[in-house]
Design a protein around this ligand. Sequence first.
Ligand code: ZN
Length: 381
Amino acid sequence: MKKMKNALVILAGGVGSRFGDKIPKQFIRFNKYNLIEHFIMNINTDFFDIIVIACNIKYRKKIFEEINYLDIKHKIIYSIPGKTRQISSREALKKLKKYQPTNVLIHDSARPLCSNKLVEKIINSLSKNQTAIPYVYNNDRKIMKNNKEINSNIKLIQTPQGFKFNLIYKAHLKSNTYLLKDDASLLDNNNIKFIKGEKKNLKITFKDDINLFKSLTKTIFRHGIGYDIHRFDLSSKKNLKLCGTDIHYYKLIGHSDADVGFHAICDSIFGALSMNDIGFYFSNKDPQWKNKNSRFFLNFAKKKLIEHNFWIVNLDINFICEKPNISKYRSKMIKNISKVLNIPKTIISIKATSNEKLGFIGDGLGIAAESIVQITNEKPY
Ligand code: ZN
């Protein structure tokens, strides 16, 4: 078996809910997603070769109900949780043993707001250290009995906690306790590399935490614009392609299939995600994109949306040409776009205008397309 680099353990075995609900808190949906889904959506799962989720069999179906579009199912395995956190963690590591990962990150599902930046920091730190344990300082003054203040430099420990797999695995096997609240507690403090955690990476324990959690996951909107133009090959057989639709009209000249509509849409999506333009990812000098079906580029744009956890709110496309008559193909184009981007047809608009016989387009020498997209981080449909 190929040696794996990074493994992720998500501990979701807790049965208690302090919110008075019937199901454990990690499976309750907030803003449509449960806590495990929130965490998974925040991070780049490409970091991990394998993900173990410690959770009761009866709840497994509830995970990834909403984010089943993410292409991660093949790297997920499950382990049976134990009576305590420590046992759950040990059992998950036992499951991982045969995959021999170099590093493992162990995370509590009650911390859905951990950022990808923190995950990346932990993984990077493990290239130099045996462990990487995130912490934050508490802002509040702590007082003990008789109004005496205790050392205000107390570290509040967070997850995910990063370890060299063999180190933490052996520590778990050696331990004769079973009530430890985190994995770092199994190791000698001197062997621990502490790294700066995130205040935002709060643990959802009390009802009050939920309000804080909600306020930290605000809905945001972004916009992107795309424009493209191609010239007709007036000597071509009439096999034009616009937004994936075959049209009996002159073909456009381009390195790929010159689908001016799909190209404009791609650029608008890249723009909304603050990425580069289509030529940056699919250079017209690169032979592998020669005659490429532009559906491939649009599919790439869709994957980028998923990766960044954004959904399209609406997509507005404008063609500028004298011919062909776009309206005849409008519904077919909308159907194609909806299929590739996996969005409802009702949020797509295709419009067209002529150039009033003015200029290059007015002379019927080519087609231009514009696209504007709005995206949001909260799934709108
Ligand atoms: Zn183009």
